[in-house]
Ligand binder design. Sequence first.
Ligand SMILES: Nc1ncnc2c1ncn2[C@@H]1O[C@H](COP(=O)(O)OP(=O)(O)OP(=O)(O)O)[C@@H](O)[C@H]1O
Ligand SMILES: [Mg+2]
Length: 264
Amino acid sequence: MTQATITTADLHAVKLMGVSKRYGNVTAVDYLDLEVKKGEILGLLGPNGSGKSTTIKMVLGIVKPDTGAVNVLGINVGDDPITVKRRIGYVPEAPRIYEFLTGLEFLDFTGDVYGMSLEEKKRRIEEFLKALDLEGREGDMISSYSEGMKQKVVIISALMHRPELLLLDEPLSGLDPKSARIVKDLLRELASQGVTTIMSTHVLEIAQAMCDRIAIMYNGRLLALGTMRELRQKAKMPESGLEDIFLKLTGTGDVKPVVEALTK
Ligand SMILES: Nc1ncnc2c1ncn2[C@@H]1O[C@H](COP(=O)(O)OP(=O)(O)OP(=O)(O)O)[C@@H](O)[C@H]1O
Ligand SMILES: [Mg+2]
């Protein structure tokens, strides 16, 4: 490919341009500009209510922005939401899955929704059930699963159709250490194959260990964006870990008085 033919769509998996969302008096996302490169893992951090889930939902196309536009894999989400959704894997923060189905029935149904062939669907489901230690429980009703088991089913349903973009809202919550490690390694491997991930998390060690770049949101805005190194520079904390940087940048650095007040 020559230089002249490289377009924005080739370089960026996701581009948000001046995107806002208001709910009544609350501004959930405030004129957000953000570009995520192909094959990048972007960590979305921020205090509760800072706009992470709303941002993810606007990228997916299930929340319509009040201003601006979202481009995903070269497609304007507002123009062609169905095509975009086909190419995305989504783990919502509070997944609602059909509890009256078995794990296998749910995954089978999900595979059909994505138009997977019978053979591919069977193979992918078997591989994932084995990798995430769900083998033997796939015939049980989802209502009988533990929270972590339900989360695993949701993760499988997001990954099984080989999406090009993963939107993961707190994906590792509830997973035991071995399963969390498998998912983390898998995401890194997928990234090396060109799969892009936007992942929200409150577990800063996960963000620090896994993400190529980290976006810190605050009141619907981007407070900081960069690699760990860049964030350290911005916070003028060259030796610090992400937790201290996060607390400083979000203006919540001194938590001691708060704890003292609560324990009086
Ligand atoms: N459907 C909705 N109706 C009304 N307000 C909403 C809705 N969804 C989000 N909000 C508001 O928008 C703001 C941002 O919410 P959002 O869920 O994006 O935050 P978040 O960063 O994902 O928080 P958390 O870390 O708690 O998951 C919050 O003030 C929230 O109350
Ligand atoms: Mg959220």
